[in-house]
Design a protein around this ligand. Structure first.
Ligand code: PLP
Ligand code: COI
Length: 372
């Protein structure tokens, strides 16, 4: 199979047999759902599904009705968490067409995650074909409301019924899709961040750079503590020195200095290599902004906020897009950034990124791929 770089490319869809949902959501109900969006609460009528066996490889490519899976209670994923996932979005442009943002990069990261979790790699063409094949039937679910999108969630897990601890011999790949509005309930408003106390997201040689479910399971207790402190997200510091910013539970982090320089933690193998992060860095550099990738301590950020040397902090990721951070909280400090208002650099980069994603400006990078 080959994938296309230009116009609609459902030619791969032929590889996926389609088992149509016999009772899809009625159009009026779907339109009502699409007019009232949260994050990750509603799902489209279908899902893509491929099964892998060690002997037979990837097989049985299908698009089938969205619905519960039948899993053996001994399925390895339920015991040992051999699982990875991705997150990307389909954007509806004003002319009705539907586009993906850098999907090849998600496919590439999916395979890096797969290697780390001893899961089989999925050919990039198959990853992309699963997306185009699902969208070929479920594209009416891509919302039209401003700043909304269809969040695509590819994932892969060990379904073999076996309790020994070794890489499973039967694996499922699925792709589900959820029409979404803003990740944070308040919309694009500055969020408050709790600095994790005594918990780390990833250690050297661990799974921090992989997008595996276990990383998120480990983040839930500190995330709960963040909620308890009135914060929406948790910031993790490095495990070795407990000093350096790594990332938030589900997004990367940037610091804007008062001289206009932008900083973000360098990749160390413990941080997820965000596609939004890479895009933001590239766009800023193209605007002649100096972007410094380095180890940044929480203490210097807090001191900088207090002295005025740090003007803005923002988080970014597929779900969060670019979200201003208005407050940093720990038992030792509670500082408000930029008067708790969204900063100019943050909002400019957010606009530059979303203008490309929604086709409001020319895409100078070749990041967008049309699917419908
Ligand atoms: N860091 C973590 C832990 C994430 O879950 C995500 C979201 O995918 C990101 C960073 C941002 O990555 P991306 O921009 O590729 O969505
Ligand atoms: C994403 O941005 O795609 C994420 O995975 C973050 C979160 C929803 C887990």
């Amino acid at each position: 199979m080959t994938h296309h770089t230009g116009a609609p490319a459902p030619s791969n869809a032929g590889a996926f047999r389609v088992v149509a949902n016999s009772s899809p959501m009625p159009e009026a109900e779907r339109e009502a759902a699409l007019a009232n969006l949260a994050f990750g609460t509603q799902f489209t009528d279908h899902m893509a599904h491929i099964t892998w066996t060690r002997d037979g490889g990837w097989d049985d490519y299908r698009v089938e009705p969205y619905g519960p899976l039948t899993l053996d209670p001994a399925a390895a994923v339920l015991h040992y968490a051999q699982e990875i996932f991705e997150g990307l979005k389909a954007y509806r442009w004003a002319d009705g067409s539907v586009w993906l943002f850098r999907p090849d990069d998600n496919a590439g990261r999916f395979n890096r995650s797969a290697r780390r979790m001893a899961l089989p790699e999925l050919p990039v063409e198959d990853f992309l074909a699963s997306v185009t094949s699902l969208l070929a039937v479920d594209h009416p679910w891509v919302p039209r409301v401003e700043e909304s999108s269809l969040y695509l969630r590819p994932f892969m897990f060990a379904s073999e019924a076996f309790l020994g601890v070794r890489p499973a011999n039967v694996i499922e790949y699925l792709l589900i899709a959820s029409p979404v509005g803003p990740y944070f309930a308040g919309g694009v408003k500055p969020v408050s961040i709790w600095v994790a106390q005594g918990f780390h997201r990833a250690g050297i040689g661990g799974t921090g750079a992989a997008k595996c479910g276990g990383n998120y399971a480990a983040s839930l207790l500190p995330q709960q503590q963040a909620y308890d402190k009135g914060c929406q997200q948790v910031l993790f510091l490095d495990a070795r020195e407990d000093k350096f910013l790594e990332e938030l539970g589900g997004m990367n982090v940037f610091v804007v200095r008062s001289d206009g320089t932008v900083e973000t933690p360098r990749l160390t193998g413990t941080i997820l290599e965000g596609i939004t992060r890479a895009s933001v860095i590239q766009m800023l550099e193209d605007q002649n902004v100096t972007v410094v990738l380095r180890d940044i301590t929480a203490d210097e950020v807090v001191a900088g906020v207090e002295s005025g040397e740090v003007a803005e902090v923002f988080a970014c990721g597929t779900a969060a897009v670019v979200t201003p951070v208005g407050r940093l909280v720990s038992p030792d400090f509670d500082v408000t950034i930029g008067g708790g208002q969204a900063g100019d650099v943050t909002m400019r980069i957010r606009k530059a990124l979303t203008d490309i994603q929604y086709g409001r400006v020319e895409d100078p990078y070749g990041w967008m791929r049309r699917v419908v």
